[in-house]
Design a binder for this molecule. Sequence first.
Ligand SMILES: *Cc1c(COP(=O)(O)O)cnc(C)c1O
Length: 362
Amino acid sequence: MHKHIRPQAGIMEIALYQGGTSRIAGRDDVVKLSSNENPFGAGDLARQAYIRAGHDLHRYPSTDHAGLRAALGERFGLDPARIICGAGSDEIITFLCQAYAGPGDEVLYSQHGFLMYRISALAAGATPVVAPEHDRVTDVDAILAAVTKRTRLVFIANPNNPTGTMIPVEEIARLAENLPPQTLLVLDGAYAEFAEGYDGGAALVDTRENVVMTRTFSKLYGLGGLRVGWGYGPQHVIDVLNRVRGPFNLSNVQLDVAEAALGDAAHIARSLSENARLRDWLADKLNETGVATDRSHANFVLARFRDAEQADACNTALLAEGLIVRQVASYGLPESLRITVGDEAACRRVAHVIAAFMETQR
Ligand SMILES: *Cc1c(COP(=O)(O)O)cnc(C)c1O
């Protein structure tokens, strides 16, 4: 750190976020299964909108995102006035921490929670606090026990990354009901679409003043590179977040492509059904070879090995075959590997390599 020119307290405690790797030297048949991306990419309607958006690059974008908010409202049956759009849901998380948590405040999340909660809390000068999970599942009682009078935000990803587990809406409602009056509950729904029959917590947002939901175009819609996410909350929260949001935080391209993706029913249906089918197939194959998994409600599977050493060795075996998965020691799970559900060929390759690896472990 510089002798005199110094950042705000907390900033230097932030460990740099490591994205999933995408290359292996000397191989051209690499499959990246480390960032929970859609194996089919973006849909045709999104790609066409991307080309069209090229004609308007000289124009400033909309500042209020009215078109995309209306489309989201229509698609999910929500009030567009209570939607805010950001550069990925990461930006919504950043807005929430910036607006509601500062020095002396606590930001609470669960043990294997998303790394951005800690990063955004520290960036805002707040103190990150971790509540234990029970067998890799969010534990509402443990969260409530960790709440103090300084807790301003509680983040829950449901389904959670990297565990893939989720808790029922009744449990989330119980958490919201029992939080102190100054605490806002954030439901991170990055994987909500993959959980059958789950609304991401939207109905709960509609009945409460202390619940916000975040969603993204990065996972199901295959637009991780585009950077579009959104939040839905009570009017008082959206009004606050709009004050810290830059007026041009999303480009024409982002707005138009996201809106097109929302209407691509065929791409959405195919992505969902292939994910559900291959996720269960992959989990079964892993279990047959002695690798345990929890039931996943997302687009990845968390494979649990005997210990960190075995997980490392399996990761090396996968890399040798051109398969990049995610090591999750930074999430407190050194004995596990998080594997994105790829297309059928990718899933077969993963199952094959892991089965062969487990044979060497007997
Ligand atoms: C991928 C992911 C996000 C989404 O990030 P974007 O900024 O929208 O790309 C949010 N939360 C969790 C838990 C995730 O895994």
